[in-house]
Design a protein around this ligand. Structure first.
Ligand code: IVH
Length: 701
């Protein structure tokens, strides 16, 4: 075969394989056996091997890219990716309709789409050719997962028309694949995967694209971004997707009646099990795109769509045992070990029983058959025990006197629900503290999971959090879990993690009751009252620099001169009086007491200084923001129309405003929603300006 003949054959093969993929993924029908498709692909591979010049980027053989060496590149989305507001009942669907009806003059048509439970993905096509795939990320920027998305056969590498297009959809794992993968895990005696969505998301975020290609991922598209097609309705969008070769969920339904929308939701609630993939609700959208545009968006969600979430799925399972877990703060929590059972897309083998009173109230015994429930992402819980099914062999659970981990006495103080282990050096507490420290909301160190933390602690390589940043490749190679590549990746992760948003740094310290939001509020306050540290800086500089991180300490000092450093943080927090602390919005008396105690403990100051010395720098770009609302204070009351109160708070903070919790004469604005009560009365008495949600958007516009 000469080159010209080879080219002809290659083109034919590519066309045929593309058509077979289309039949299979878009039309859901197999016209030939899968092995036929495979042998055509094999022939194409051989031909391309002999004529490498003829390989094009859209060839089906080019799906398997090469493994990446570092972490994923971050890419900014062209438009911010919003999420949907959830509704849970027919009444809420109807009241959403009532709200949006007022925003347009013409009659509204709806389109209902089964809501797949997977991973949101945005794909760009350039003149019809696949160019990049980006995860949703935080909505503003996502991760570049082009290399693994390319291996998903359901995503066409070339569209049927040479157009520019940006689309979003859901990558998901069909139930059949989930079962197959778990069967394989079982035969290899390896841990079973618990959750369809995480397995899909995990596959996409692998550096080695082979993993994504082996998992059998699928995709459906439902949203159009930048495009040159100008469709009139969402139905047009879905239909043109199909024509272009892009798979869509086939059960979508168009209707002009809100009752019909409700019926559609109820119908799929019953029929969801018949689908070959997990759905967790129905997305209800306004069909007409110009109506959608008129209705607009709020800070986080569009007004033109809502997600109806199916109610918590309930199943029965058996309590095999009740064990105790010791948390970061020493709380001893009873946990039911369950017979592994599939609930709402994940296998549940443990469920928290909260505390002693809860076990007694529900009368849960070892051996009981119980009702388990899980709604969406919510932690599984035991609803009730089925007492009629008892045989008499069930055993009541009694709390022991001693900690199950360190064997020191545990105690339940009066007025508290939990037993607590007060032993400061209880290994269970230490392990939990570290896990919290490296967790996503804290330092977010990739590859530093619980197992590694345990090994690092056991081997004595780390004693405190800051030690993590002194780890060298050679230290890691001595551990059982690390080979060359993994150790390299960990060092990269540590380096990246060493510049951390201040609010996450504060959260990572594990100060009791200081959650994600209060850490943000506290960080904001700190930045607005910042003090430059002279005293501490002198002290530290005098000390020898026996602790050096990575190779370029010069970078560290440059960065820290500009930024707000950890030493400034110590100085600032120590200058804040207790009374000021408890008045910070979002903090309150109890948290203030724990913050005060933490920052005034010399051992903790030492730890903070060590963080500074090992090169941790603070990123302050998310807090202390200035914007249209800078210098103005707000209190929110009543039920808002489009945002939850937390969303409204974030919106105000994001624009530089201050959110307070009570009305006084110094307050600038009271933002009112429905059913506002005493705060509204007080504001009117004091002459404080009262505004609604729309006014708030207007001030920031
Ligand atoms: S539309 C502006 N349609 O559900 C938001 N989302 O919170 C556009 N999802 O992040 C989303 N099926 O990952 C839309 N037919 C569908 C969907 C869908 C699943 C996911 C998506 C989104 C989340 C909504």
């Amino acid at each position: 075969m000469n080159e010209q003949e080879a080219k002809k054959r290659i083109d034919l093969l590519k066309k045929k394989i593309k058509q077979l993929n289309y039949d299979y993924f878009v039309l859901d029908k197999s016209t030939v056996n899968e092995s036929v498709r495979d042998s055509l692909k094999k022939e194409l591979v051989e031909l391309e091997k002999s004529y490498p010049k003829l390989i094009t980027t859209d060839s089906p053989t080019q799906r398997v890219g090469s493994a990446l060496s570092g972490k994923f590149k971050k890419i900014k989305h062209t438009t911010t990716k919003k999420s949907l507001s959830d509704v849970f009942s027919a009444e809420e669907i109807v009241s959403w309709h009532e709200r949006i009806k007022k925003l347009v003059s013409d009659k509204i048509e709806f389109i209902c789409e089964p809501k797949l439970d997977g991973l949101n993905i945005t794909i760009h096509y350039n003149k019809g050719v696949f160019t990049k795939a980006i995860t949703r990320g935080n909505g503003i920027e996502g991760e570049d997962v082009t290399h693994s998305a390319k291996t998903i056969e359901a995503i066409p590498l070339k569209l049927n028309e040479p157009i520019d297009l940006e689309i979003s959809g859901e990558i998901f794992l069909p139930k059949k694949q989930f079962e197959r993968i778990n069967k394989e895990q079982k035969s290899k005696d390896q841990k079973l995967y618990a959750n369809v969505r995480n397995l899909a998301a995990g596959a996409i975020r692998q550096l080695d694209p082979k993993i994504a290609s082996e998992r059998g991922l699928d995709v459906n598209f439902y949203e159009i971004g930048a495009n040159s097609m100008d469709p009139g309705t969402q139905k047009d969008v879905l239909e043109s997707f199909r024509k272009l070769g892009l798979p869509v969920e086939p059960n979508f339904h168009k209707t002009a009646s809100i009752d019909d929308v409700v019926n559609f939701c109820k119908k799929w609630e019953k029929k969801r099990d018949s689908l070959p993939y997990e759905i967790d609700g129905i997305v209800i959208k306004v069909n007409n795109l110009s109506q959608q545009k008129k209705m607009g968006k709020t800070a986080k969600t569009p007004r033109y769509a809502v997600a109806y979430k199916f109610p918590a799925e309930q199943v029965t399972s058996k309590v095999l045992d009740i064990i105790l877990q010791v948390g970061r703060t020493g709380a001893v929590t009873p946990v039911a070990v369950m017979k592994p059972t599939l609930v709402a897309g994940s296998v549940v083998s443990r469920a928290t029983l909260h505390n002693e009173d809860e076990i007694n109230k529900k009368d849960i015994r070892i051996g009981d058959t119980v009702i388990l429930q899980k709604a969406g992402d919510v932690i599984p819980e035991v609803v009730e025990s089925m007492k009629d099914l008892r045989t008499g062999k069930e055993k009541r659970f009694r709390f022991p006197n001693n900690c199950p981990v360190c064997d020191k006495p545990i105690e339940r103080k009066e007025g508290f629900a939990a037993y607590r282990c007060e032993n400061q050096s209880c290994p269970a507490k230490q392990k939990e503290e570290f896990s919290h420290f490296v967790s996503k909301k804290g330092f977010n160190i990739d590859g530093l999971g619980e197992k590694v933390v345990v090994q690092l602690l056991d081997s004595g390589l780390i004693q405190d959090f800051a030690d993590v940043f002194l780890l060298k490749k050679i230290d890691l190679l001595n551990l059982e879990l690390f080979k060359d590549k993994r150790a390299d990746n960990m060092i990269i992760s540590l380096k990246e993690a060493s510049h951390i948003p201040i609010e996450r740094f504060i959260f990572s310290l594990g100060i009791r009751l200081l959650g994600e939001t209060s850490s943000y509020d506290f960080a904001n306050y700190i930045l607005n009252h910042k003090k430059k540290s002279e005293k501490h800086l002198e002290k530290i500089e005098k000390e020898s620099d026996e602790l050096t991180l990575f190779e370029e300490p010069e970078n560290k000092s440059d960065q820290q001169k500009e930024d707000f450093s950890i030493l400034d943080l110590i100085e600032t927090v120590q200058s804040i009086k207790f009374e000021e602390l408890e008045n910070i919005d979002g903090v309150g008396e109890k948290v203030a007491a724990y913050i005060f105690e933490w920052f005034n403990d010399p051992a903790n100051t030492e730890l903070l200084e060590k963080f500074y010395k090992v090169g941790i720098t603070l990123d302050t770009s998310n807090v202390g923001r200035t914007g249209k609302l800078t210098g103005r204070s707000f209190v929110i009351t009543g039920t808002l129309k489009d945002m939850t109160r937390d969303q409204a708070k974030d919106f105000i903070k994001h624009n530089g405003g201050k959110v307070l919790s009570s009305v006084s004469k110094d307050l600038n604005y009271l933002v009112v929603g429905e059913n506002a009560g005493s705060k509204l009365k007080k504001a009117e008495e004091l002459g404080v300006k009262v505004i609604n949600e729309e006014d708030l958007y207007k001030i920031t516009a």
